[in-house]
Design a protein around this ligand. Structure first.
Ligand SMILES: *Cc1c(COP(=O)(O)O)cnc(C)c1O
Length: 392
């Protein structure tokens, strides 16, 4: 079925159980779906934009209220809508990091975090992960000390992932923030796998920035996200324009410089807001998500040789499996090679695991029902049995 010209209608979420780690929590709510159809036209949110002509002042649709509510919800003072977490990183580095200046980043950071330092010509100094793939406050202190010795002054910013994308492990943000603040370094909490998924309180964590991704974890269309900050850093990072035309004398009111005025228009903004009531509610039920996740990991672990490469017991629904001693052994002699696993899953209506990979692979069960989790668990066991693996 085509939706236009040669463009296929996408039906992945309707036809399959989708385990793609980056897609699970971004899948739209029915409310967002409806909003997306109604607000798809270009600058639709500008219908009722009046003085002072800024997105976060628009009351129809209720974008202004959303800003107030979302800031309170994250335990922060101010938020700004941004086109993706990466643009929030960029806005923060743009305001705080100069040429050649060091930024501390975890060795498990996302490429966009590194690039957000590169785009301002900054320098990255990493925090070494522990052998069990955790970022600790001690290792952070060591990395900061090293940078001070190297540069002669404290790094400008510390990036920390609440839950990293490689293992889905949870890191000691509160302690890391304490350490960074002993050196007066601001801390950016990367919540792309937490904001919209589990409760996040920036004040309690003691961080200066909370970044969330709408399309990754808030059931919102892309590109969307949130940059939340404190009053202290709002004055710097969310600063308003002061520029003036030299011939015309033109000025631009209170437009925010870091995001070049207004950030999200149309679908990304309204879709994010439409999902927000449900997102606010769902973060209180993350324990149920973990219960469903455990149904699947228990089944996988019952297949001989199978290990969880992530921390265990699991604290997040994004998990890296190690099946080098199980599915990968089958792959060595199977006529489909490594593709046997994804192919067997696809046959059962399961998608989202990287095709051809059988050593280590990631999946995310976020948003699945218990019945779907049980179906998944049975499917993995069936596939193992079909291939004469030992299950017990
Ligand atoms: C996906 C991801 C990002 C980028 O998020 P966008 O909203 O797409 O910009 C940043 N950091 C981590 C750890 C991620 O997994």
């Amino acid at each position: 079925m085509k939706c236009a010209g040669q463009i296929e209608t996408r039906a992945v979420e309707e036809s399959s159980i989708n385990l793609d780690p980056i897609q699970a929590a971004g899948r739209l709510t029915p409310e967002a779906m409806k909003a997306v159809i109604a607000w798809g036209d270009g600058y639709s949110v500008c219908d009722n934009c009046h003085k002072p002509f800024r997105l976060d002042y628009v009351t129809k649709p209720p974008i202004a209220d959303f800003h107030t509510e979302a800031a309170a919800w994250l335990g922060m003072d101010k938020i700004q809508l941004v086109p993706g977490a990466r643009r929030a990183f960029q806005e923060v580095t743009g305001a705080l990091v100069g040429k050649g200046e060091p930024v501390i980043m975890t060795g498990m950071g996302h490429y966009t975090a590194y690039l957000s330092v590169e785009v301002v010509n900054g320098v990255v100094r990493e925090i070494k992960p522990t052998p069990d793939h955790h970022i600790t406050a001690d290792a952070t202190a060591e990395s900061i000390e090293n940078a001070i010795r190297e540069f002669g002054y404290a790094p400008k910013l510390v990036f920390v992932d609440a839950v990293d994308f490689m293992y889905g492990n949870m890191h000691e943000v509160e302690k890391i923030a304490k350490v960074a603040h002993q050196y007066d370094i601001p801390v950016l909490y990367n919540g792309v796998y937490t904001v919209g998924v589990l409760p996040v309180d920036g004040k309690k964590l003691g961080v200066d920035f909370v970044v969330g991704s709408g399309h990754k974890s808030m059931a919102a269309p892309a590109p969307s996200g949130i940059l939340a900050t404190t009053d202290e850093y709002a004055d710097i990072v969310l600063r308003t324009t002061k520029i003036q035309g030299d011939i015309t004398g033109r000025k631009f009111g209170i437009k925010q410089v870091g995001i070049l005025g207004c950030s999200l228009m149309g679908d990304p903004a309204v879709g994010l807001i439409a999902s927000f009531p449900r997102v606010k509610e769902r973060v209180n039920h993350f324990d149920e998500e973990l219960k469903n996740h455990k149904i699947v990991t228990d089944a996988l672990l019952s297949i001989e040789g199978t290990k969880v490469a992530s921390e265990y017991p699991r604290k997040h629904t994004l998990t890296r499996m190690d099946t080098a001693e199980s599915f990968d052994i089958v792959a060595q002699t199977h006529k489909k090679r490594g593709f046997f696993l994804s192919s067997a899953l696809n046959k059962r209506g399961i998608t989202g695991i990287m095709p051809g990979v059988t050593k280590q692979w990631k999946f995310n069960t976020y948003g699945l029902t218990t019945a779907q989790a049980e179906y998944l668990a049975d499917s993995f066991i069936e596939i193992a049995e079909e291939n004469n693996m030992v299950v017990g």
